[in-house]
Each structure stands twice: as C-alpha cells, then as structure tokens.
Design a protein around this ligand. Structure first.
Ligand code: SF4
Length: 179
C-alpha cells in the first residue's frame, strides 16, 4: 500500500450501525491504521472536517444540521462516499416521508403514548427538521455508494484497500446487498 490517506466519517440521520460495521473490521483495523489517519469522525475528537482524501457518510439528511455537515464534508473531501441504505436512498427513516411532519411531531411530543409535559421542542439550539428525509446525493455530489444496511466489514475493506492500492474500487457480486 502507498501513502497514508486521511479519512473523515460522520453519521447524519443514521443509527451508527454503519460505523459499527466498520469497526467489525476487527484486527484489520490495525492493518488499516498503518495506512489511514482519521479526521473528523465519531471515533475521534475532531470537531470539523479539514482536507481529507475520503469522507464516509452514514445516514440520510433529516435536519438542517445534517445539510451543514454534509456540505462541510463535500467541501473538504476529495472522494465522498454514501455508506449504507440511509445515505443512499434515505433508508428506513425515510418511511416518515409518508406522514406529514406535524403529525410526526405531534405523535412524538404531544399526543403519543407516555408523553408527559407535552410541548414541541423549539429551542434555537435545535436543528430544524426537514419536511422529508433525503438521500445525500440530493444535496451534494457523491462519488461512490456502499450498499447494505449496513454494508459488511468486507465491503469497507475491499473499498478502502482498492483505493489505497490505487485501483478503481469494485465490489464483488457477493459483497453487494441492500439489506
Ligand atoms: S444503513 Fe442501516 S445500519 Fe446504516 S445507518 Fe442506516 S439503518 Fe443504520
């Protein structure tokens, strides 16, 4: 493998399952660490993404903060990757797209079972929800897609080692699944 590459990762409207699957690389993480440095990521303490070779994005876009983060990644990452079903097509969270946002908020904060002190949070610190959950390619240009919910550790391994070794990433048939 050639030089160290800089990788940033984030979870937008994701469940962190794609990150957990990445960690399923287990001992291969040690090998990877020799060739990869991590920038902004849930596994580092770096708050903002600086210049990176690869940005791995888990999750779709469900609120204003997601849009902001995604744009920051696009600006700073040479290669931006949609990781998992949520980033690719909105995933399971996009099921809320069939229900008006007001109804979702009412169910969660006003009349849902077990709600106490009903009120819709409105603090200025909170990001505003978008009317729909969007796949990330609707907001910025995406270079690669890693399918799966989540993609397996083998998918991450094949994709990253292909890039590290200067090959165009290619997933074998058995690595491609959407569930
Ligand atoms: S694709 Fe699946 S595992 Fe990944 S963030 Fe979405 S729900 Fe979680």
């Amino acid at each position: 493998m050639a030089n160290k590459i800089r990788v940033a990762t984030t979870s937008l409207a994701g469940c962190f399952g794609c990150h957990m699957s990445f960690l399923d690389l287990d001992e291969r993480l040690v090998a990877l660490a020799e060739h990869v440095e991590f920038d902004r990521s849930p596994i580092t303490d770096i708050e903002h993404c600086s210049n990176c070779d690869i940005g791995l994005i888990e999750g779709g876009v469900c609120n204003s903060e997601n849009v902001h983060t995604l744009r920051e990644f696009r600006k700073n990452c040479k290669i931006l990757v949609a990781v998992g079903a949520c980033a690719i097509n909105g995933g399971l969270p996009a099921m809320r797209n069939f229900i008006p946002l007001e109804e979702c908020l009412s169910e969660a904060y006003l009349d849902g079972i077990g709600v106490e002190n009903p009120q819709i949070p409105s603090d200025i610190e909170l990001p505003l929800l978008l009317d729909k959950v969007r796949p990330i390619h609707e907001v910025v240009k995406i270079d690669y897609y890693l399918p799966g919910c989540p993609p397996s550790a083998d998918v991450f391994w094949k994709f990253l080692t292909d890039l590290l070794e200067g090959r165009e990433p290619e997933l074998d048939y058995e690595l491609v699944h959407f569930d």
